[in-house]
Design a protein around this ligand. Structure first.
Ligand SMILES: N[C@@H](CCC(=O)N[C@@H](CS)C(=O)NCC(=O)O)C(=O)O
Length: 325
């Protein structure tokens, strides 16, 4: 047994990922970090999900990985097009070149994507290799998401969203200290921490997640092998440590409770923002969208009242505005 520190969580992992203190072991550490927060894009831009009308093949292949699962968009709903039309004509901000540097499953990246999708801002995606991060070598900022908007670098999901919102609504300052801000904070400080223990809850759920990692991704062959054989086992233990770190005793109960807490916060409104979603709605939706076709996401919808809100969000966010490669 060897002690490995993954995203600040010291965990004991078995020999499978053990080894000397070499560059290779540093890489293994990176693989695990990536597993926590990254899934690995196959570069296409289909959306698939729990509540979409038709599940894509990858759902049956077993889903997802990472701290949360991401999804890009998929179901095409007639009303989405109408919505897209409204949005694209109600604001003057229309950047020509938007590129998101991301890990596909990173919750913070998925918040940004939900925002871009809702506002119909077309964007390209560069999947960052979590091991060497060579795609963001040009930047001093070492995390994802990074958003490049017509050459301007933006970092940190909330800052990115605030900046874009400001550009879209120059006369409407981003709210501060109100209900919307409170719930955006809840997403970053609470909701994201509930998700990892859920998607790696049991060995079969961890494997469901790692099936995806090993088949979709920006990994070398060797890295894939490591992820496949060590990742699921390691993340199972990492998730247990995360549970402790965040004082979660029953991860499903915590997930259901978070979903119910959110529904309570709506106080009968269609969205927290009223008849239209606000930035908190988009943040919650952004981090939940990736897990919705996993067992944990299905369970959540089945056992809580969040389904109606989620379906409403799916409908107004519509198809992904991600530019297909
Ligand atoms: N506060 C930042 C957090 C971003 C963050 O922690 N990103 C993770 C991936 S989910 C990351 O890049 N970690 C560093 C790493 O992977 O080396 C935000 O909201 O964007």
């Amino acid at each position: 047994m060897r002690r490995v520190n993954v995203n600040g969580v010291a965990v004991l992992v078995g020999r499978a990922i053990g080894g000397g203190a070499t560059a290779a072991s540093a890489n293994r550490h990176r693989v695990l970090q990536a597993a926590l927060y990254g899934t690995y894009s196959n570069g296409n831009s289909e959306r698939f999900g729990l509540w979409s009308r038709s599940a894509p093949p990858s759902v049956t292949n077993g889903g997802v990985a990472g701290s949360m699962f991401f999804s890009t968009a998929a179901t095409s709903l007639a009303q989405d097009h109408a919505h897209a039309h409204v949005h694209s004509h109600t604001h003057k901000f229309s950047p020509k070149d938007v590129v998101l540097y991301q890990y596909e499953a990173c919750p913070f990246c998925n918040k940004v994507k939900a925002f871009l999708d809702y506002y119909k801002i077309p964007y390209g995606v560069v999947e960052v290799n979590p091991i060497n991060k060579k795609e963001i070598k040009w930047s001093d900022y070492k995390k994802v998401p990074i958003l490049k908007v017509d050459g301007e670098q933006m970092v940190d999901s909330s800052d990115i969203i605030d900046k874009l919102f400001q550009k879209l609504h120059p006369d409407n300052p981003v709210a501060n200290g109100d209900e919307e801000t409170k719930w955006r904070g809840w997403v970053d400080n609470h909701l994201v921490h509930v998700l990892s223990p859920n998607i790696y809850r049991t060995t079969s759920e961890a494997i469901e997640s790692f099936d995806y990692i090993t088949t979709h991704g920006n990994f070398s062959f060797t890295e894939r092998i490591i992820a496949k054989y060590a990742g699921a086992a390691a993340m199972y233990f990492v998730a247990k440590n995360l549970k402790k770190k965040h004082n979660i005793t029953n991860e499903r109960a915590a997930l259901y409770e978070a979903a119910e807490t959110w529904v309570d916060a709506l106080k009968g409104r269609k969205f927290l923002g009223g008849s239209n979603p606000n930035l908190a709605d988009l943040a919650v939706f952004g981090v939940l969208r990736p897990i919705r076709h996993l067992k944990s996401g299905k369970d959540m919808v089945q056992h809580t009242r969040i389904g109606d809100w989620y379906t409403g969000m799916e409908s107004v966010v519509g198809e992904s505005s991600r530019i297909k490669a």
